[in-house]
Design a binder for this molecule. Structure first.
Ligand SMILES: Nc1ncnc2c1ncn2[C@@H]1O[C@H](COP(=O)(O)OP(=O)(O)OP(=O)(O)O)[C@@H](O)[C@H]1O
Ligand SMILES: [Mg+2]
Length: 286
């Protein structure tokens, strides 16, 4: 199964959530996180890994015809047992590797299609023309992650319908503080699969800045829920079990947002200088 994760603007926590999702995926499935971010990877720096083996070494190998299982020769192991293919820190090298590894005969696709394998492709920020878009076209599910402040939502609104058509299934996840989930759903006319809470403690662990167990906290809880929803049954059945952002939602207007972005909502109640998730302090999906 190939799960692509991406954002459209900012750094809402895609790399962090990719690791959280892999860590909370059923343990009897072989899991690998592939850093397909065209802007360059972060995992090697964050976890003190070498940049090779990883995306570059796999791309070099894949210039010849190779068996899909060659992917496992290019992974490194994180302390909690997750295998990763770290991307190079530089954008030029990352893009060059992606041009090889997104080709139709890429060993990544073959590996992701193997039974009992879950591949998490961190596609970074999906600027128009991103080389990672090809990877998303091959994905069983795209998890699009966005922050919920005005600027982030405005960018999301301009791309969401186009991106929703790129993947077989696309699901929207919101991250952090900002407008409440129900307000974003209303404004975009799209259901939200989950809200990733602001959870600096767990995020520090998933970004290599702290050790210890990762089994509690809001971020882990949401990762578990999403992992369960997506992993239960085949990709097709799993994606039916979660709301997707494609326009089959009854009553959703074809153009729910202005070309310039979302309509301005009434400002949320401020709490310590930040908009609160709701006046009651709890978001409907948190
Ligand atoms: N749920 C969260 N709660 C609190 N902090 C978070 C959360 N998720 C991520 N962060 C923090 O936000 C920062 C950015 O996270 P991350 O690198 O995962 O974002 P990204 O979307 O992959 O960014 P980029 O597109 O630049 O690669 C990191 O410092 C991370 O620790
Ligand atoms: Mg990232």
């Amino acid at each position: 199964m190939l799960i692509a994760l991406a954002s459209v603007k900012g750094s809402p926590g895609v790399t962090t959530f990719a690791l959280a999702l892999a860590a909370n995926w059923p343990a009897d499935v072989r899991r690998v996180v592939v850093e397909c971010d065209p802007a360059g990877g972060d995992l090697a720096q964050r976890f003190g890994l070498a940049t090779s083996p990883g995306l570059l070494s796999l791309a070099a190998a894949a210039r010849q015809p190779v068996e899909p299982d060659v992917v496992w020769n290019h992974t490194q192991l994180l302390p909690d047992g997750i295998q990763v293919l770290p991307g190079p820190p530089g954008s030029q090298q990352a893009r060059a590797a992606l041009s090889t590894l997104t080709a139709p005969n890429s060993p990544l696709y073959g590996t992701a299609r193997r039974p009992a394998v879950a591949m998490f492709a961190d596609c970074g920020r999906l600027d128009p023309g991103s080389p990672a878009e090809v990877m998303i076209r091959h994905a069983d599910v795209l998890l699009l992650i966005s922050g919920t402040y005005n600027d982030e939502l405005a960018h999301l609104a301009t791309r969401i319908h186009e991106l929703g058509h790129t993947a077989a299934r696309a699901c929207l996840l919101l991250a952090g503080h900002g407008y409440p989930t129900h307000a974003v759903e209303r404004e975009l006319g799209i259901p939200v699969m989950a809200r990733i809470p602001d959870d600096p403690t767990a995020a520090a662990r998933y970004t290599g800045r702290a050790g210890g167990r990762r089994r509690t906290g809001g971020l882990t809880r949401v990762a578990k829920t999403v992992a369960q929803a997506l992993s239960s049954g085949s990709a097709r059945d799993a994606s039916r079990a979660v709301p997707d952002l494609m326009p089959h939602v009854p009553g959703v207007p074809a153009q729910p947002t202005a070309a310039s972005g979302v309509r301005v909502l009434p400002p949320p109640a401020l709490h310590n200088g930040h908009p609160h998730t709701s006046t009651s302090g709890k978001d409907v999906r948190s």
